[in-house]
Ligand binder design. Structure first.
Ligand code: CO8
Length: 275
């Protein structure tokens, strides 16, 4: 399995999707986000599973979009500001990926081994349950204001709903990392596994698998799925609206060319994120 960027496994009645690019802190380029979306589609259609676990490897869950994406580097000047390019590679892809996480039929569990940034943070915030390996070593960062971007992946709704207006404003308006301890206190994290003192992410992932399996073992599956739909009904209108508002607003930032130059500055370490 080594060498594959994202792993897919059906185990008992779960699907396990694993980000597997630890050397790059699991930052994902455009093709890798596309692959993640396709694997989520597949997980959605598995016949016998109840839960989909979204997990990772190494010390970061994911450092978000890959700022060294070869696709970006290869663009000529015309493409850098081209409507058609950004409609396909930003608007359509982000809308689709957000919608896949939002509308996943199975119970969606995030097993979070370390910090999570940007679009990947947005995807974690769309999961039903969030388990963290060690909340003292975890933070969530939405550096959109620092990168000349705007909220993505429905974070303008999910963070507001999961953290409240005040903390969501710190996270989104001022690109402040929100530490794990605060996320735990605000109810964003279901459970932290600090006391387990895991030596590796793999040990943590294995524990989450066992715990999750125990969680639904004797329950009536169809009720679980119907209850998820009932819960979702309360939030989906706001997420649908945010998903479309965010990508259209973000699209015009790309057309202006601001994020492109901020990504170059970040790669050259001319700017950095608040930590
Ligand atoms: N992209 C590419 N490579 C990365 C990224 C990234 N986002 N993050 C880390 N890496 C790589 C580093 O380049 C480094 O590689 P190498 O060892 O080959 O030099 C390796 O991972 C380790 O990283 P660091 O040495 O920097 O580790 P630190 O612990 O010092 O710092 C940080 C960790 C703070 C996470 C730092 O790496 C960082 O700031 N990364 C950038 C995070 C970021 O801004 N991500 C983008 C978020 S925005 C988003 O996700 C939505 C954008 C939508 C884009 C749509 C495109 C079409």
């Amino acid at each position: 399995m080594e060498g594959e960027d994202i792993l897919y496994e059906v185990r008992d009645r779960t699907v396990i999707i694993t980000l597997n690019i630890p050397k790059k802190l699991n930052a994902l380029n455009g093709d890798q986000y596309l692959l993640l979306g396709k694997l989520m589609e597949r997980a959605n259609e598995e016949e016998d599973t109840v839960v989909t676990i979204f997990q990772s490897s190494g010390r970061y869950f994911s450092a978000g979009a890959n700022f060294a994406d070869k696709g970006l580097a290869k663009l000529d000047v015309a493409e850098l500001f081209d409507h058609k390019y950004w409609l396909g590679n930003f608007v359509a892809r982000n809308t689709w990926l957000t919608s896949l996480f939002q509308n996943h039929k199975k119970v969606l569990v995030a097993a979070v081994n370390g910090p999570v940034i940007g679009l990947s943070a947005a995807l974690v915030a769309l999961c039903d349950l969030i388990y963290v390996m060690d909340d003292t070593k975890f933070h969530l960062l939405c550096p959109f204001s620092n990168l000349g971007l705007v909220a993505e992946g429905a974070t303008s709704v999910t963070l507001f709903k999961r953290l409240g207006w005040s903390k969501a404003s710190e996270a989104i308006l001022f690109s402040r990392p929100i530490p794990g301890k605060e996320l735990k206190a605000l109810g964003f994290i279901n459970q932290s596994y600090n006391d387990y003192n895991f030596k590796t992410t793999e040990e943590f992932n294995e524990q989450i698998y066992k715990d999750v399996l125990g969680d639904f073992q004797d329950l009536h599956e169809d009720s679980i799925f119907k209850n998820k739909q009932l819960l979702k009904a309360n939030r989906d209108g706001a997420i649908d609206a945010a998903n479309s508002n965010e990508v259209v607003t973000g699209f015009y930032k790309w057309i202006e060319g601001v994020p492109q130059s901020r990504f170059v500055q970040l790669a050259q370490k001319d700017i950095k994120h608040k930590m």
